[in-house]
Design a protein around this ligand. Structure first.
Ligand SMILES: Nc1nc2c(ncn2[C@@H]2O[C@H](COP(=O)(O)OP(=O)(O)OP(=O)(O)O)[C@@H](O)[C@H]2O)c(=O)[nH]1
Length: 893
């Protein structure tokens, strides 16, 4: 027996201390001196058994050999004979050991109680059954493998010898018996101990096996059948099954990845090493991936951007992003050029150009409406001059208020419309067509010259000829001058209709002269402008006017293609109850028919019905004709162009795109405006605003009023239209008004209903309604004027010359004066003028005539004057007294 087990190891195995082991061993007849003392493996086993079960294996063994239940004494007598037989099959060492144990047991027997003796009498057939104690209980956890851990190669041979020598009756399984089995312990113990033992040769074996059998992903605690491998192996020490450690799914997969990445897979040691970090987390691999990603990103960053296509409205940070720069870089470049921007600011065209040059990037500004420029597309496609025919002129009448525009339009219409057709003549109509000498003329009534220009600003140059009405008795007025500018800007031929010629005070020459002063020289005075004397009252000169219009039209050679798809201009639009959005249009090219798919900027639809200027339903509108069109989905803005499309989808797509763009623009504008306003407020000190909500019956009037209102401003006050719309005044308008302080609601040709009126009263919201634009404008001007600071005016009262000065001790200098102009007063302000220069302005503290205090001294009288806190008065100075008068400021001042 070369393999020795030390006492402390036995103690460890038995879960006791070394002293207990020594004493138990002593009981068994084995003399042990210290924890370092060693015994044979078998003895160690017996001691452990004895300690744990109280049974002496020596006795059990002997009883098993007898294979019958006999008394101890009998057993003792029979033993020598049995020993002889057994010697042939057992090793010498074991026999010796058994004999020793038997002797020990005999000594012990006398001390042991009866029950103990009975227990040992139970038959035990195999060595395996030694694991069962006298009470048939499974021996609690045994850690036999700990001893195996200490196994030396010689021990293995010893075991093999044991197996070969046939100690185990089950010879077929002999090779597969584990060391534990041989030493004692059940299968359960083996499994448990196999799991918990990690540093033995057996573990190395397991790892070796791991490599041989490629593990599959997601196998937890997989059992590997090792019988086959171990059957032929000399190292079959682990029993029948080995339970792999459950390393978790991720760990396993990590292990496999590592294995894949490991070029030297055949090296089991390396594999074991590599499995460790993988088993303890994903970090190494995760980092690797991150690094790789970063590298790719860097490559992208390095990629130089040489050209960008950007939308029209782009903020600093958006531009920076598009160019692969940081907002700070963009801001720095602009700052270097004296342009202060923040990252949220929109970049202007010139700023974009500068930045493009600076960064060496070609900047292309993309037109967001590229695919929805339906007007441009129409012009490119639909113009076919071969189909051109002469078209009627479109005439706009403008002039100063009350000079007779409406009267003239009405007169022309009534006189040139057949009585039978005049059914709808009384209704307000924005545009109509008349016939003069069988030639058509279309007249447009714009709500004012502002609206005319607003329409033009939107690209609607619907007017061919402008007629400026000037009342012969009133001459050129402020608005006449404005009209002249607008008409000239429109670059269309102008005809001056000198109206009210029937009136007594009518003076044609005066009008001509005033107009000539404004670069509107009459033809008969050598200029180019035709002056036609007319009377809207009597109808005088109307024919002459119409003839002139036709003449001008001829010169203009107006022509268009009646066969083309329709293109028309909206001159007015409104929402009508039961009819929906209604647009008054003038056809500029082609023919507009019922059923046409139409697009009108952000609105679209299908023409449901057309009513002409006489209120009659018609199927179509020809060149320069005017009518009211039903079928749009929303109320269009006046001045927008309506174009017929091939399909409803096309119309819808264009309108939707344009609506989205308009919304986006509005949003960007609102940010922009608020920023500008902010800086404006800072620059201007504190500007006062009059917030208004504007509602009108038709879009034409709405636009005109809005433009006019926004024009009223000065450095101190301005109007802010927070909302405008076509339609009546509603409760939502009140909500909006109450949300902004001091807001008033303005209605033009619309009135609030009773409920809205009373709610407005309750909420303290002012609603002003008008039917004349100028009244509205004047009211707003007054309101704004009220918001303006009062004007302080100085009014001189008189002047006195200083003739002498007297110094009164402790009082000051008294100036002896002679009043030379007006009255010198006390209590007001006074200034001292020396050599024509104001040297002091202050207050007079005392004004005396001789010794009496007086309030004022008139021209020609002498007086004594003293100033508050000023004594440096000299002979020859002039004293001027004045009062300050506060005057209400007016916006027009
Ligand atoms: N005697 C005379 N009166 C006229 C003539 N034309 C217009 N009037 C009167 O002048 C006043 C104003 O006429 P309107 O046609 O309303 O003038 P307007 O330029 O259209 O005025 P607004 O629409 O407010 O800009 C009315 O009382 C008309 O009766 C005319 O030729 N002769």
């Amino acid at each position: 027996m070369s393999d020795k087990v030390r006492v402390y190891e036995i103690a460890d195995e038995a879960g006791a201390n070394s002293n207990e082991v020594i004493s138990k061993a002593k009981e068994m007849g084995i003399e042990l001196k210290s924890p370092q003392s060693a015994v044979s493996l078998e003895q160690a086993e017996e001691i452990v058994n004895y300690m744990m079960s109280g049974a002496n294996s020596k006795k059990s063994n002997s009883s098993s050999k007898n294979k019958k239940s006999v008394s101890h004494k009998e057993k003792k007598q029979e033993r020598p004979a049995e020993d002889k037989e057994e010697k042939q099959t057992k090793k010498k060492e074991e026999v010796k050991s058994e004999e020793k144990t038997a002797q020990n047991n005999e000594v012990k027997e006398e001390k042991e109680d009866k029950s103990s003796a009975e227990d040992t009498n139970k038959p035990v057939n195999t060595q395996k059954t030694e694991k069962v104690n006298s009470n048939n209980r499974i021996i609690p956890k045994r850690r036999g493998l700990k001893i195996v851990k200490k196994k030396k190669p010689s021990n293995e041979h010893k075991i093999e010898d044991e197996i070969k020598s046939g100690i185990n009756e089950d010879t077929s399984n002999a090779k597969m018996k584990s060391l534990s089995e041989i030493l004692g312990g059940n299968n359960e113990d083996e499994k448990v101990s196999t799991k918990t033992t990690e540093t033995t040769a057996a573990k190395a074996k397991v790892k070796k096996e791991k490599k041989k059998v490629p593990p599959k992903a997601h196998t937890h605690g997989k059992k590997l059948e090792l019988d086959k491998e171990f059957a032929d192996s000399d190292d079959s020490l682990l029993g029948e099954e080995v339970v792999l450690l459950d390393m978790g799914v991720s760990d396993e997969s990590k292990l496999f990845e590592d294995q894949k990445n490991n070029n030297n897979n055949n090296n089991s040691q390396k594999q074991t090493r590599s499995s460790k970090p993988a088993a303890f987390g994903n970090r190494p691999q995760g980092l690797k991936r991150k690094k790789r990603k970063k590298r790719i990103k860097r490559v992208e960053e390095v990629k130089e951007i040489t050209e960008v296509t950007i939308p029209e409205d782009i903020r600093v940070y958006e531009f920076a992003e598009a160019c692969g720069k940081s907002p700070a870089e963009v801001i720095t470049v602009l700052f270097g050029l004296g342009m202060m921007v923040t990252k949220n600011d929109f970049l202007k065209q010139d700023e974009l150009e500068i930045l493009g040059e600076e960064f060496g990037i070609e900047v292309t500004v993309k037109d967001a409406l590229e695919d929805a420029n339906y007007v441009e597309d129409y012009q490119e496609e639909e113009i076919d001059e071969s189909n051109f025919v002469t078209r009627p002129p479109v005439v706009t009448i403008m002039g100063h208020v009350d000079h007779g525009k409406t009267s003239l339009l009405d007169k022309i219409r009534s006189s040139k419309t057949a009585a039978s057709e005049a059914g709808g003549i009384t209704q307000h109509i924005t545009a109509y067509t008349i016939k003069q000498n069988n030639q058509k003329i279309t007249f447009v009534d714009t709500p004012g010259h502002a609206a005319f220009s607003a329409m033009r600003a939107r690209g609607a140059s619907v007017t061919d000829i402008v007629i400026i009405v000037v009342a012969a008795d009133d001459g050129v007025k402020q608005q006449t001058e404005e009209v002249i500018s607008h008409a000239k800007a429109a670059n269309c031929p102008i005809i001056v209709a000198v109206n009210k010629m029937d009136k007594e005070g009518a003076n044609m020459d005066m009008v001509k002269a005033q107009m000539a002063e404004r670069d509107m020289t009459p033809v008969d005075w050598g200029g180019e402008i035709e002056f036609i004397p007319v009377s809207a009252k009597t109808g005088e000169g109307i024919d002459d006017l119409l003839e002139n219009i036709l003449l001008q039209s001829e010169i203009l050679e107006l022509s268009a293609d009646p066969e083309a798809k329709a293109k028309a201009t909206v001159v007015e639009a409104s929402l009508e109850k039961g009819r929906g959005p209604v647009a008054t249009v003038i056809v500029q090219n082609g023919t507009l028919r019922v059923g046409d798919n139409i697009v009108c900027d952000t609105t679209y639809g299908r023409v449901k019905a057309i009513t002409n200027d006489l209120g009659k339903q018609v199927k179509e509108l020809g060149l320069s004709e005017t009518g009211r069109v039903l079928g749009l989905n929303e109320v269009p803005v006046s001045g927008t162009i309506m174009v017929a499309q091939d399909s409803d989808k096309e119309a819808k797509d264009i309108a939707t795109t344009r609506a989205e763009h308009a919304r986006a623009k509005e949003l960007s504008k609102s940010t922009k405006v608020s920023l500008e306003e902010m800086s404006g407020l800072i620059a201007e000190g504190k500007i006062k605003q009059l917030p208004v909500i504007l509602k009108a019956d038709v879009s034409g009037s709405l636009e005109a009023i809005k433009t006019s209102l926004e024009d009223i401003h000065n450095d101190e006050v301005k109007v802010k239209v927070i909302h405008s719309g076509v339609g009546g005044i509603t409760e939502s308008d009140l909500i909006l008004a109450s949300a902004s302080e001091g807001c008033i609601i303005l209605g033009f040709n619309v009135r609030p209903t009773g409920a809205v009126k009373s709610k407005a009263k309750a909420d303290g919201i002012t609603i002003n309604t008008y039917s004349i634009i100028y009244d509205l404008i004047d009211d707003i001007k007054d309101a704004l004027s009220g918001m303006m600071s009062a004007i302080i005016r100085e009014e001189n009262t008189g002047q006195a010359e200083v003739r002498d000065t007297f110094v009164v001790p402790k009082v000051g200098t008294v100036a002896g004066c002679l009043v030379t102009d007006g009255k010198v007063i006390r209590g007001g302000h006074a200034r001292i003028i020396r050599d024509g220069v104001v040297t002091y302005t202050g207050k007079i503290s005392s004004l005396k005539r001789f010794k009496d205090d007086v309030k004022e001294v008139s021209n020609g009288y002498e007086c004594g004057v003293m100033f508050e806190k000023f004594n440096d008065i000299k002979v020859g100075d002039f004293i001027e007294t004045f009062i300050q008068i506060e005057e209400k400021a007016h916006i027009d001042d």
